[in-house]
Design a protein around this ligand. Structure first.
Ligand SMILES: C[S@@+](CC[C@H](N)C(=O)[O-])C[C@H]1O[C@@H](n2cnc3c(N)ncnc32)[C@H](O)[C@@H]1O
Length: 287
């Protein structure tokens, strides 16, 4: 690498682009910010001032060029208003899931103290954002992977957000909350089995448990999670579930076919792709 910061960032961006990193310019600045224990805005300022290249930037760029996720190198992932700690063993929260969390937050409107459950919480991104943006909500979250639970509980403690976090299976979680929940939100694993992601960051670094939906169409686990949501929600409660862009018709259709859901519709993410199904718990028939 060359001696000054501006040249080092330019060279980093070139190397990352050559390695197939789509966001090479942004990542180069983010890695420089991490090496300087500073912010991207400060890096831009220091580049204008002709500051020297920080120690460690070369090694960070080398790792990123080997397609280690940016967030694993910085240890941080921004999600809505929060900065989360992430690393090996936990799914890195995605921008499209910020929209899904927003739908859950919108579903809380009109309640004084909604009971909210996040099934498959990973780093805790959705559950913690709901608690951050709807402070009166009583938020519960469950996650199967012990490693992911450790990241989520670190995030909860660092952020000081009061979320009931448990290790366990989403398909049988929270027996004490059956028919008592106002909003269930979930970003479950939904990639069709056999559809191995092309991006090395996802394929080689996100946990398998976080990716694959357990069937050829990827919907086995989402539908098992939705069945649990149907048990947890009170009549009229709302389910918000993320899905793959190719599941924008199949997931709503599968939910309608169960007879448990009313007002089933699909929502798009900020790139205009089908991303989340929203459904209302249909009234249970009198015994
Ligand atoms: C796609 S990731 C989403 C994580 C987080 N909600 C987010 O949006 O960033 C799916 C998560 O579901 C967890 N998971 C998979 N099967 C589960 C199950 N049966 N019960 C609970 N969690 C499960 C995985 O370990 C992973 O953390």
């Amino acid at each position: 690498m060359s001696g000054d910061l501006r040249a080092a960032v330019r060279e980093a961006s070139r190397r990352l682009a050559a390695a197939g990193v789509g966001s090479a310019d942004v990542d180069a600045v983010a890695l420089a910010a991490h090496a300087l224990a500073s912010t991207p805005a400060e890096v831009q300022r220091l580049m204008v001032l002709g500051a020297p290249e920080p120690e460690g930037l070369d090694e960070l760029v080398e790792e990123r060029a080997r397609r280690v996720p940016l967030q694993h190198l910085t240890g941080r992932a921004g999600f809505r208003r929060l900065e989360l700690s992430v690393g090996p063993g936990v799914f890195v929260p995605r921008p499209e899931t910020e929209v899904v969390a927003g739908l859950a937050i919108r579903a809380c409107e009109g309640f004084d103290a909604p009971v909210v459950v996040d099934l498959c919480t990973g780093s805790g991104a959705i559950a913690l954002s709901v608690k951050d943006e709807v402070p009166a909500a009583r938020v519960h979250a469950v996650e199967l992977s012990g490693l992911a639970v450790a990241w989520a509980s670190r995030n909860r403690d660092d952020l000081g957000l009061d979320v009931d976090l448990r290790e366990g299976d989403a398909t049988s979680a929270f027996p004490e909350l059956e028919e008592a929940v106002d909003v269930v939100v979930s970003n479950p694993p939904y990639i069709p089995v056999g559809a191995v992601p092309l991006d090395p960051e996802v394929r080689d670094h996100d946990p398998e448990l976080a990716l694959y939906g357990g069937s050829d169409d990827g919907l086995a686990i989402p539908l098992a999670v939705a069945a649990r949501a149907a048990t947890l929600l009170r009549d009229g409660g709302v389910l918000v579930m993320e899905h793959a862009d190719v599941q924008g018709e199949s997931l709503p259709a599968a939910l309608r076919a169960t007879g448990c859901w009313a007002d089933v519709h699909d929502e798009h993410d900020l790139t205009g792709r089908p991303r989340a199904t929203v459904a209302v718990r249909a009234p249970r028939l009198a015994p």
